[in-house]
Write a protein that binds this ligand. Structure first.
Ligand SMILES: NC(=O)c1ccc[n+]([C@@H]2O[C@H](COP(=O)([O-])OP(=O)(O)OC[C@H]3O[C@@H](n4cnc5c(N)ncnc54)[C@H](O)[C@@H]3O)[C@@H](O)[C@H]2O)c1
Length: 403
């Protein structure tokens, strides 16, 4: 990109935990300016405005109507993704919407129609399929040097279920649990690596803690149209931590101390009686527990973000994402290919680049509405397969478009 590139003016809708993690990548982008924010929490608006000099609105409608906003990043709770995307598109704003794209395939269709009708661009993200080592693995696959993808395995073990939650985050019927919240990262990644076209899904899900009665684990088998297969597993029960297999680098790319296992469960138990939704809100902008992210670009201990162990087997070699690049295990040798680090920790810059390139260079985004809907279709099929104990055929899949 040259220095003469136009600037995209962004508004941020929803100033909670997700926004604290994405906004540094927006702020660090050379051709983005943050001009507005919206959230019903006054303390969040106040903090955000002070940090970024942005106009603040108490609701999404007013922000979408603002004249100094070209694009919005929507990080409101899942149930608002469709409404806010359609609202923004109707006002002529380009959109990055957080995962999951929506809670139903019909809602995804309506979002796609709204964006198409308005002639604006939509990117569904962040998911960890944007992580630079994953994108590099896709480039290696696309080069054809290792032959066709035959198998992908994705494993992640975290403390997800014991972080403070809003009530709806623990109710599957309202979009709660890992299948809507965490599994989109895995499905987006596995679909990107194996080409996108999942033929069928067989899954078992786990609801193992009666105090938190939503899915906290799954084991899923994906069959792709071209015969490739994938296994995808996740546990958020704060027992084993798969960062142990990732050189003790955490999801965001920061070094992590070993021995934190079960800490989230203990911390939550210690806060028993307090309102969990308020504890969660405290991690967003203006909250007492807001984490200061993105300001560690010079930190020597920083690495790429990741979502557990991801291994791809091709006809003539295996690929594995690593904290600083990609490991390639070929027929004759093993080698490590470093991948340059981004501007922030965690690095979500590729999501911003994808929308920017779509708007400024008229490039169709790879993670567009049809892509996001296909990933949601897999997630919904996981729930159905687990419920009915059978394989589910899919019909809304789209291929990944390599550059
Ligand atoms: N990609 C990632 O790595 C990642 C990480 C965390 C969350 N997320 C996604 O981001 C979304 C938000 O999750 P979170 O954990 O940040 O939740 P959160 O509760 O921490 O934040 C949500 C924010 O939205 C605000 N809000 C609620 N209703 C609103 C409305 N009608 N208009 C404007 N603002 C409103 C809340 O006040 C809050 O500040 C979810 O869909 C989640 O899946 C993505």
């Amino acid at each position: 990109m040259s220095v003469h590139q136009p600037t995209l003016r962004f508004g941020v809708i929803g100033l909670g935990r997700a926004a604290t993690s994405m906004v540094p990548s927006l702020a660090a982008h050379p051709f983005v300016r943050i001009t507005a924010c919206a959230d019903p929490r006054p303390e969040a608006r106040e903090r955000f405005s002070a940090d970024f000099g942005a106009d603040a609105y108490a609701n999404a409608e007013e922000l979408c109507a603002a004249g100094n906003v070209d694009a919005v990043y929507i990080a409101t709770p899942h149930q608002f993704h469709a409404e806010h995307t359609i609202m923004a598109a109707d006002c002529g704003k380009h959109v990055i919407v957080e995962k999951p794209m929506a809670l139903t395939l019909d809602a995804c269709r309506t979002m796609i129609d709204a964006v198409d009708h308005a002639g604006v661009r939509l990117v569904v993200g962040h998911t960890h399929s944007f992580d630079p080592p994953i994108l590099r693995m896709r480039q290696i696959i696309h080069s054809g040097k290792l032959g066709a993808v035959k198998m992908v395995n994705s494993w992640d073990y975290t403390n997800f279920l014991y972080r403070p939650r809003r009530p709806e985050e623990l109710d599957t019927s309202l979009g709660g649990g890992i299948i809507f919240n965490q599994v989109p990262h895995q499905i987006d990644t596995v679909r990107l690596l194996a080409g996108g076209l999942v033929r069928s899904v067989r899954s078992a899900t786990g609801i193992w803690d009666v105090q938190r009665p939503t899915e906290g684990a799954h084991a899923t088998f994906l069959d792709f149209e071209d015969g490739a297969v994938a296994t995808v597993s996740y546990s958020g029960y704060d027992h084993f931590d798969s960062d142990e297999l990732y050189d003790w680098v955490g999801e965001g790319g920061s070094a992590k101390n070993p021995g934190g296992q079960a800490a989230a469960r203990r911390e939550l138990a210690a806060m028993a009686g307090q309102d969990e939704a308020s504890l969660k809100a405290a991690t967003g902008f203006g909250g007492a527990r807001q984490r200061h992210r993105g300001d560690r670009a010079q930190d020597p201990s920083r690495h790429h973000p990741h979502f557990g162990l991801t291994i791809v087997s091709c006809e003539r070699g295996d690929l594995r994402s690593a904290p600083d690049g990609v490991l390639i295990y070929g027929d004759e040798e093993q080698r490590f290919e470093p991948v340059p680090l981004g501007r922030t920790v965690p690095d979500k810059g590729r999501v911003v680049d994808e929308l920017y390139d779509a708007v400024v260079q008229d490039k169709r985004p790879a993670h567009d509405g049809a892509w996001g809907r296909a990933t949601l279709e897999v997630c919904l099929a996981i729930l159905q397969s687990a419920r009915e104990r059978r394989e589910i055929a899919l019909s809304h899949q789209v291929p990944f478009r390599d550059e």
